[in-house]
Design a protein around this ligand. Structure first.
Ligand SMILES: [Mg+2]
Length: 258
């Protein structure tokens, strides 16, 4: 029997099982899409200046990747030396104004899908998975980005940062929402582009797929010990398709599941 040619041999990097969960919690920014015009970030700075009446406050120097809007607010205020007693009572005012400012600019808001997003969502839904988002965005802004990206119809629940500055608490809430739809014993998986996504998932006992589609490489993501670390959703899906189409004998380089 001829041996499979190298092009038929599946890449060994990704262990199987990533597509067998009952529900998935997708991060939005850097995982599903990016927003190159930075309407959200710029509106955030403008909102802070307006509501707090400070010209010197911005998101410069604030970690935004993997953070939550609520934590970004806190960090920006602390960087600028704004007392907690001043900004905390204004939190809801700031969130409302931020949402309003972003929605006002929705026509200018460009969103670019990450590679393989739609085929991946269709693939997982086709396997019966329930899909939701677990994002640091405020709820109104998160849904707006998904709507502009043409992705809104794929998602049935979400966890957002309106009430959760800590990402793991947001994921805990999203997991509750997932289990309302997928069942109390549903298996869950978080998909995100930062070490924060991975640690927030693990804090809830949930496995994670890390995708290197924003500022973190596969090697950097691997340090947070995700169950899977891949270049993109596209490369991950290609592995699943290859595994289905290549004869079982050619898949012998897979790690066994025991
Ligand atoms: Mg992200």
């Amino acid at each position: 029997m001829p041996l499979p040619t190298p092009s038929q041999t599946p890449a060994p990097a990704v262990l199987p099982g990533w597509d067998e969960f009952d529900a998935y919690l997708f991060d939005i920014d850097g995982t599903l899409l990016r927003e190159p015009n930075r309407i959200h970030v710029n509106a955030f700075s403008a909102t802070l200046r307006e509501v707090l009446q400070r010209d010197d406050i911005s998101l410069n120097g604030v970690t935004v990747h993997g953070s939550t809007d609520a934590a970004i607010l806190r960090d920006a205020c602390r960087n600028a030396g704004v007392d907690d007693a001043h900004w905390q009572p204004l939190e809801q005012t700031i969130f409302s104004r931020l949402s309003e400012m972003v929605h006002t600019q929705r026509e200018q808001m460009e969103v670019v899908l990450m590679p393989g997003v739609v085929p991946m969502l269709e693939y997982l839904a086709g396997r019966g998975a329930v899909l939701g988002v677990g994002t640091g965005n405020l709820e109104t802004i998160g849904w707006l980005k998904l709507e502009l990206a043409g992705l809104r119809q794929h998602f049935h629940f979400g966890g957002f940062s309106d009430r959760f500055a800590v990402r793991s608490a947001m994921i805990a809430h999203a997991a509750e929402e997932a289990r309302k739809l997928a069942g109390p014993h549903a298996t869950l998986c978080v998909i995100g582009d930062t070490p924060s996504d991975v640690t927030a998932a693990h804090a809830n006992g949930i496995p994670a797929i890390a995708v290197a589609t924003s500022i973190f490489s596969v090697e950097e993501l691997a340090k947070s010990n995700p169950e899977w670390a891949v270049l993109s959703l596209e490369t991950l899906l290609e592995q699943a398709i290859n595994a289905q189409t290549i004869p079982a004998a050619a898949s012998s380089n897979r790690k066994s599941g025991n």
